[in-house]
Write a protein that binds this ligand. Sequence first.
Ligand SMILES: Nc1ncnc2c1ncn2[C@@H]1O[C@H](COP(=O)(O)OP(=O)(O)OP(=O)(O)O)[C@@H](O)[C@H]1O
Ligand SMILES: [Mg+2]
Length: 235
Amino acid sequence: MHTVILKQVSKTYHLDSVGVPALCDINLAIRPNCFTVISGPSGSGKTTLLNLIGCIDRPDQGEVIVAGQSIRSLSDDALSDFRAHHLGFIFQNFNLLPVLTAYENVEYPLLLAKLAAAQRRERVLALLDAVGLADKANHRPGQLSGGQRQRVAIARALAPAPQLVLADEPTANLDSQTGAAIIALMRQMQRQHHVSFVFSSHDPQVQAEADDAVFIRDGRITHVERNTDLVEAGA
Ligand SMILES: Nc1ncnc2c1ncn2[C@@H]1O[C@H](COP(=O)(O)OP(=O)(O)OP(=O)(O)O)[C@@H](O)[C@H]1O
Ligand SMILES: [Mg+2]
């Protein structure tokens, strides 16, 4: 089963009385346990597409199916519940809560998931360790570097054991070396946690490393490159 299926999806924004078409007739299947990158020029619709896949927004037309669930049939409340249980998010500007420590930021989605205290602690410490921040658990975001903040964000995204993690330009605010390390960590976490990652990036190196690369221009998918070595390796 595909992690995400988009069928004839279109999205137009409305500014005053003017329609701004952002996505047009998108058909896309995201494979499970894969590292999928979305690439395209500025304004091509990457963020709009990620917002639809992440159930942050709804399409005007077409169908979005995530983890087997058709989004159309869910109320707004049911949709936020669905997001909290099945999806993880990593943002360009890290979006950590500034008054919380690294530990508390990673713990936060688990409080919503109502996990028992001992299990929660074990999971948060394991995730901080996995992203290389075991010794920074008590630091607040303001006391961490950009790369370290993004590591906290990766741990937070994985905390509720989602099926799918979405990241919009996760390396845009990092230097290229730190950005490459973050992509490598995302890849490692994607494999270890058997989760699908879908993220946007301009970096051709990242496109080569991904299982699938989806290219978009003017709101339409122009082509999809599937890394056949990885496909044959059992994805
Ligand atoms: N809230 C909005 N209201 C109106 N138009 C919007 C809105 N958000 C995006 N758009 C328009 O929709 C199109 C797609 O925007 P989107 O943000 O998805 O592009 P993008 O590929 O993520 O670009 P970038 O690489 O600059 O982040 C653009 O023409 C943009 O101006
Ligand atoms: Mg964008």
